[in-house]
Design a protein around this ligand. Sequence first.
Ligand SMILES: N[C@@H](CCC(=O)N[C@@H](CS)C(=O)NCC(=O)O)C(=O)O
Length: 226
Amino acid sequence: MDASAKPYTLYGAPGSGATPVHAALTLIGAPVDTVDIAPWKSEAERDKLLPVNPMRQAPVLVLPSGEVMTESAAILVWLGDCHPEACLAPGVDHPLRAQYLRWMAYVSAAIYSMYWLRDVPSRLAADAKAEAVVLARTAERISECWRLMDAGVPQGSPYLLGDRVSVLDLYVTVVSRWTPRRMRFYRDAPRLADMVRRVDAEPRLGDFWAARFPFTPGWEGTESAT
Ligand SMILES: N[C@@H](CCC(=O)N[C@@H](CS)C(=O)NCC(=O)O)C(=O)O
């Protein structure tokens, strides 16, 4: 990567949906400026995203051209396609391209979408009791989705799309760390679990994880977490 290249600007706090994007940019070796905003925390934080995303959500990636991208799956697919030298995604003619796109959209639509409600359950739940039900039921749904993905992805390779880490692996690795966290995910999705442990230990991402999504004591949670 040309050291004088114009940087990307990435909005989203450590641990957010900006994290798989940032991990991809790290593997690509592209310069990136970060704007740490945690929109799940408050209206005030969400409002900080208004100038770049009317949905007031992270991640937002401002490209070196100044164009704005939102939607984590689209950003990751775009980065994989625009930086083929990094080998982070199967190209349009690759036999795994269709499955790659299928599971990228699945993680976004079936699992990530749950966090609009999980992060602020009062959006649909009227009181604390209803909020607890929402958290338990969305955790069940997330478990089910990981189980189905575990059974459906191609088998027999260290990573989901072969011998090299892809943006799909980065996406699953980060989203599976969100509540109800990893212990439950390991139980639900044992094959995906092997892959995410490899990505957790990826030497090229060691400093990145430490800085942007550290493995702090208790980070894996418990099997019964909601
Ligand atoms: N479909 C969006 C979802 C993004 C999203 O939900 N981001 C969370 C942070 S990780 C957020 O901004 N939450 C605040 C909100 O939804 O109001 C994507 O895939 O990028």
